[in-house]
Design a binder for this molecule. Structure first.
Ligand SMILES: [Zn+2]
Length: 116
């Protein structure tokens, strides 16, 4: 069952990763705007300010996860040319593309990831 990813598949995957990197970058950019300090402003009421602080916390969480994902994608991008990339380190079966896109840092397939 051992099958390495061919260069066409690697190229395809690389495009997907690059696209995903762009998506994350855009997200980070727009989230950064919403995590700017909430300025005390008399024009907005007390309740609105509380809401602004609340949504800022949500944006910060989203921003952190987008940054983490971006870092993982960049690592994955650097490994695309690697002949081992996309192959399970444990059983040598190909790792499904969907899994690579979701968890680019994974070096084992779904079945092996379940083995502890
Ligand atoms: Zn495996």
């Amino acid at each position: 069952m051992f099958r390495k990813m061919n260069s066409g598949e690697q190229e395809e995957l690389k495009k997907q990763i690059l696209y995903e990197i762009e998506v994350q970058k855009h997200q980070i950019e727009s989230l950064q705007k919403s995590v700017e300090p909430v300025v005390p402003d008399n024009a907005i009421g007390r309740l609105t300010r509380m809401e602004a602080i609340g949504s800022k916390a949500i944006s910060e969480t989203a921003l952190n996860s987008a940054r983490t994902k971006l870092a993982k994608l960049e690592v994955a991008l650097g490994k695309v040319g690697d002949p081992e990339f996309g192959t399970c380190r444990r059983c040598s079966n190909p790792i499904p593309k969907d899994r690579i896109m979701l968890m680019p840092e994974s070096v084992v397939c779904v079945a092996c990831a379940g083995i502890k």
